[in-house]
Design a binder for this molecule. Structure first.
Ligand SMILES: Cc1ncc(COP(=O)(O)O)c(C=O)c1O
Length: 434
């Protein structure tokens, strides 16, 4: 017979039990003496603005990590996307195909250059943009495709580049989630025309804020350089025939580069710990009925994870909702098993029809309406299927990470009681802060 203690540990927390083992993962961001030293160096040097020695070194090292010929620091990942589109000369009258399952910035950047975002649905096995949907969305006005490498998956760059080349389209890779990842041995951001990155505080390489653009094309690099710095040309690139461009200040500071250099020193080890733990989760969770890991394409030769995502099938859990499962798991483990992004057709932060400067014409204004898109795969993932664990929770050892599948199995053993418990929950949707 089980002791009282054993009985309460054996029950799920949401049914009054105690948590089993918890994962002892670090708070994010991780920092130490190295950040302090490099920041002090910046302070004492008096070179606090842009194009200092830390920035030059970080640009070189980060571009190398992404196997890109060129890289530039910019203010954040949102303006990185905007500058990428401007460098490609995209604006009024152009359409840009954009994933409907992403952070709002991916589409907002298109509106901010006065082009028309065309939302496409996700691949149900990776949640990255579906190549078939991309191809179907191409029109004579399409100029570019923005792909997003979402959470722990990469977009199918082979198929998307093939579509782009057949239709003469540019490809921008939004790599805000995938620093360090590689597709067929090439760093993401160096496969399409331009890659964009974010160093915002939740990201796997962070300075609190910050962004980056990568390219292999010298002419695009020169344009990106000018666009981030009020239109100025690089000194080395000035010739009697070059002209300055109109632009604003999208620069990053030396403080951020100093922190990023320190963060980079821990990055490879963090990436391989997460990859190892993701492998454990893929194989253990994959054996539990009603749980499916995401598809792992063989072209993904190195993978960083911004989050670990898996798929939950309500119908194989006697109808226990994904929302209830996320809550039961979060309480069980004392960490977030969250919902993914709200798809852009229902996002509270993608509201392009609320800014008067986007009212270029009635036709354009009407075309911006995100509500006109059906994104069934993304909507199903958001409401009923996707479960997301934050990347820092994977920075632990293999024994601790195995608590996750054990907790899932534990919940499965209490399904009838969990269904009763779910009836007592307030109705509504998961509304993770957007
Ligand atoms: C997919 C994606 N793209 C772009 C961005 C924008 O980056 P930032 O917050 O640095 O502007 C983010 C940030 O959350 C993101 O997740």
């Amino acid at each position: 017979m089980l002791s009282k203690e054993e009985q309460t540990t054996a029950r799920p927390v949401v049914l009054g039990g105690h948590a089993g083992s918890k994962i002892d993962s670090p708070d994010w961001p991780i920092w130490g003496d190295r950040e302090r030293d490099l920041l002090t160096r910046v302070l004492e040097s008096g070179w606090w603005a842009f194009e200092g020695p830390a920035e030059a070194e970080f640009e070189r090292r980060f571009a190398e990590l992404q196997t890109a010929r060129r890289g530039l620091c910019v203010a954040n990942g949102t303006v990185a996307l905007q500058l990428a589109l401007e460098a490609l000369d995209i604006g009024v009258g152009d359409e840009v195909i954009v994933p409907g399952f992403t952070w709002q910035a991916t589409a907002a950047a298109v509106v901010d250059v006065n082009a028309m975002p065309i939302l496409v649905d996700a691949d149900p096995e990776t949640y990255c943009p579906d190549p078939g949907g991309i191809e179907a969305a191409v029109t004579p006005r399409t100029k570019a495709i923005i792909v997003v490498h979402l959470y722990d998956s990469l977009s199918d760059l082979d198929r998307i580049l093939e579509i782009a080349s057949r239709h003469h389209l540019h490809v921008v890779e939004d790599c805000a989630h995938s620093h360090g990842s590689q597709w067929n041995g090439r760093g993401v951001g160096s496969v399409g025309d331009i890659g964009t990155f974010s160093f915002q505080s939740s990201k796997t390489l962070t300075a609190g804020e910050g962004g980056f653009v990568t390219t292999n094309d010298e002419a695009l690099y020169e344009r990106l350089y000018s666009l981030r710095n009020c239109g100025r040309r690089r000194k080395e690139a000035i010739t009697p025939t070059t002209h300055d461009l109109q632009s604003g200040n999208y620069r990053m500071t030396e403080w951020q580069s100093a922190i990023l250099l320190a963060q980079l020193e821990r990055f490879e080890e963090q990436m391989s710990t997460k990859e190892r733990n993701a492998g454990i989760l893929d194989s253990t969770l994959g054996r539990i009925p009603g749980i499916k890991p995401m598809r792992r394409d063989r072209q993904v030769t190195r993978r960083n994870l911004y989050g670990y995502v898996f798929r939950y099938a309500e119908e194989e859990w006697q109808g226990l909702s994904c929302r209830a499962f996320r809550k039961a798991m979060s309480d069980e483990m004392g960490l977030e098993f969250g919902a993914p992004y709200r798809p852009l057709n229902m996002s509270s932060l993608y509201r392009p029809q609320t800014k008067q400067r986007h009212h270029l014409s009635d036709q354009y204004w009407g075309g911006l309406d995100p509500g006109k898109y059906a994104l069934p795969v993304a909507e199903h993932a958001y409401r009923h299927e996707a479960v997301r664990v934050l990347h820092q929770n994977l920075l632990t050892d293999s024994r601790e990470i195995s608590q996750i599948p054990k907790a899932v199995e534990k919940l499965r053993g209490f399904l009838p009681e969990l269904l009763d418990w779910e009836r007592s929950l307030p109705k509504g949707e998961d509304t993770p802060p957007e």
